[in-house]
Write a protein that binds this ligand. Structure first.
Ligand SMILES: O=C(O)CCC(=O)C(=O)O
Ligand SMILES: [Fe+2]
Length: 466
C-alpha cells in the first residue's frame, strides 16, 4: 500500500523504476542483513524464504489516481556505518523477517478531502497487513526528537541515586530501573522514564486520590531545559500527530468524524523515554537478550522514535491468533514463536502501531499490535508515545467499523457497559509494577474502588465535593 502512495506521486515512467528499486533493495537488505556466512545466519533461518515474503509486502498499485498523496524520500540507516557489518541492525540471536516499510507523509492538515480519505484507507490497509506503519517526521518534528533524544541520554547518564529519586507515590510517572518492570512474570531490561499527565498535588483529582493521578517527578537537580522542556515539547508535537492520525483513521474506516477523537478530549496521553543496555552489559535480572517481552499497549496509538541501533519486533495480525488484552493478559504471547518481523531503524521516521482500545473500538478490525524488544550489541535509546482516551472515558465498540471482517469479538457490540479506560490503565500498571510505591499506596488506600464512581467515568468531570 505504501508503494501505492509512492506510485501516486510519480509520473508513470518513474513508477516502475521506483517500485522495482524498492523490491530490489528489499531483497538486498534481507540478504545483506543475514548474509550467507555461517557466522551470521541465525539457526533455522531461511533467507530465500524471507526475501520472497518481503517481496509480497509491496503490493502493486491499485490505482494511479489521487496525485495529492505524497510519500517522503526513504533515508535508510546505513548498516555498514554501524560497525555491524553483514549482520545489519537486527539484535543477535533473533529469528525474524526484516520489514522494509515505506514511508507515508501526513498532510499538514486533515480536512476530509478525497486524498485524505485515500490516505486513511492506505494507513488502515497497512495496519491490517503489517501491524505497523512508518510515517515521515517533518523537519520540525525531527528537530524536536533530536532534542528529546539528547535530553534522554543526559538523564540516563546520571548516577543511579539521582534517577531513583524520580518517583511519585501517586502517579506511575518517573524512573523505572532496568529489571524493575515485569512483562509476563519476567523482568525487562529496559530503563525508563515514564511521563504521565503532570498534575500538581493541589489538583482536585489528586487531592481526591484518583488512581494514577499525581505529579510527574522530573529530575529535581536539573534545569527544566535539561529534560522536562525538550521532552514535553516533543510530546506536544506527537499529540498533534496522534489527533491527525485518528482523523485519518476515521476517514479510512468511513465512520463519523469524532467517532474516535471524542475519547481523546483530555486524553490520558503518556510516554516512555527508554534506554536499553547492550546485551552484554545487563544486571542479570532478566532473560538474556530480551529488552521487553512481547506485549500489546493499552490505548489507541503508539507513536515511536528510535535511534539507529535497532531492537523492535512486531507481530503482524494473523487470523489464527486471537487475544484481547483487556480480558486476558496478552503479555508473553508467542514471544518465542516464529512469525515476528524486525523493524529496522529508519532515520527521520516515526512508527505507529495500535493499542488495545483501538482493537476494542473497531471490533477487532484493527488489532492491537503485539511487539517486543531485543537487546543489541550497543545500548539503544527510543521513545514510545501513547495517544490515549481520557482516563475517564468509557469506550464502546463502533457500530459501523469492521463489519464482520476478522471480527472475533462481535459480542462486544452488545456489551452495554463498555471498557473504562482508567480501569484498564490502572490494571496494566499495577500488573507491570507490583512492587512500586504507587501500587502499594493504591492498594493501602483502597483507591482502586474509586474507579467505579460516576465522576471517574465521565470525561472532564471533577471530583464531587462530598
Ligand atoms: O523500544 C521500542 O521501540 C518499543 C518500546 C515499547 O514497546 C514500550 O515502551 O511499550
Ligand atoms: Fe510497547
Amino acid at each position: 500500500m505504501i508503494s501505492l502512495a509512492r506510485s501516486m506521486m510519480l509520473p508513470l515512467s518513474r513508477q516502475t523504476v521506483a517500485s522495482s528499486r524498492a523490491l530490489l533493495s528489499t531483497a538486498t537488505h534481507a540478504h545483506t542483513g543475514f548474509g550467507t556466512g555461517s557466522m551470521s545466519m541465525p539457526p533455522g533461518f531461511n533467507a530465500a524464504q524471507a526475501s520472497q515474503k518481503l517481496g509480497s509486502m509491496f503490493k502493486k498499485p491499485k490505482s494511479p489516481q489521487a496525485p495529492e498523496l505524497r510519500l517522503a524520500e526513504t533515508k535508510p540507516t546505513s548498516i555498514r556505518d554501524q560497525g555491524l557489518g553483514r549482520l545489519g541492525t537486527m539484535p543477535p540471536g533473533y529469528r525474524a523477517e526484516v520489514a522494509k516499510l515505506s514511508i507515508l507523509e501526513l498532510p499538514e492538515r486533515v480536512t476530509g478531502t478525497a486524498s485524505d480519505r485515500e490516505l486513511g484507507r492506505a494507513i488502515i490497509d497497512n495496519w491490517r497487513r503489517d501491524g505497523i506503519i512508518q510515517i515521515a517526521m517533518s523537519p520540525c518534528a525531527e528537530k524536536l526528537w533530536n532534542e528529546a533524544h539528547a535530553a534522554s541520554r543526559r538523564f540516563f547518564q546520571k548516577p543511579h541515586m539521582e534517577k531513583a529519586a524520580c518517583v511519585d507515590s501517586q502517579s506511575y510517572a518517573g524512573y523505572i530501573a532496568s529489571g524493575e518492570e515485569i512483562t509476563d512474570g519476567v523482568a525487562d531490561y529496559s530503563e525508563i522514564f515514564t511521563v504521565t499527565k503532570d498534575l500538581d498535588v493541589n489538583d482536585p483529582r489528586v487531592k481526591a486520590k484518583w488512581p494514577c493521578h499525581g505529579p510527574c517527578p522530573w529530575p529535581a537537580s536539573a534545569k527544566d531545559s535539561d529534560m522536562k522542556e525538550p521532552v514535553q515539547r516533543y510530546l506536544d508535537r506527537l499529540g498533534a500527530e496522534g489527533e491527525k492520525l485518528l482523523r485519518l483513521t476515521e476517514l479510512g474506516l468511513n465512520v463519523a468524524p469524532g467517532s474516535l477523537s471524542q475519547y481523546t478530549r483530555d486524553g490520558w496521553h503518556h510516554a516512555r523515554v527508554l534506554r536499553f543496555p547492550a546485551r552484554n552489559a545487563t544486571n542479570g535480572k532478566g532473560k538474556e537478550g530480551r529488552g521487553i517481552g512481547s506485549h500489546t499497549d493499552y490505548g489507541l496509538l503508539v507513536i515511536s522514535a528510535q535511534d539507529d541501533v535497532g531492537g523492535l519486533f512486531v507481530r503482524p495480525p494473523r487470523q489464527d491468533e486471537k487475544f484481547a488484552n483487556w480480558k486476558k493478559s496478552a503479555a508473553g504471547l508467542h514471544e518465542d514463536d516464529d512469525g515476528w518481523v524486525y523493524v529496522p531503524p529508519v532515520r527521520g521516521t516515526h512508527t505507529v502501531i495500535l493499542g488495545d482500545m483501538m482493537q476494542y473500538l473497531t471490533n477487532d478490525y484493527l488489532k492491537a499490535t503485539p511487539h517486543k524488544v531485543g537487546l543489541n550489541t550497543r545500548e539503544r535509546f527510543a521513545l514510545a508515545y501513547f495517544h490515549e482516551p481520557s482516563f475517564q472515558a468509557v469506550i464502546k465498540p463502533l457500530a459501523d467499523a469492521g463489519n464482520g471482517a476478522g471480527n472475533e469479538h462481535a459480542d462486544q457490540k452488545h456489551e452495554a457497559e463498555g471498557i473504562h479506560y482508567g480501569t484498564h490503565f490502572t490494571n496494566m500498571f499495577m500488573r507491570n509494577y507490583p512492587d512500586r510505591i504507587t501500587t502499594k499506596r493504591l492498594e493501602e488506600e483502597n483507591r482502586y474502588e474509586l474507579l467505579s464512581r460516576p465522576e471517574l467515568r465521565t470525561i472532564n468531570a471533577l471530583p464531587s465535593s462530598s
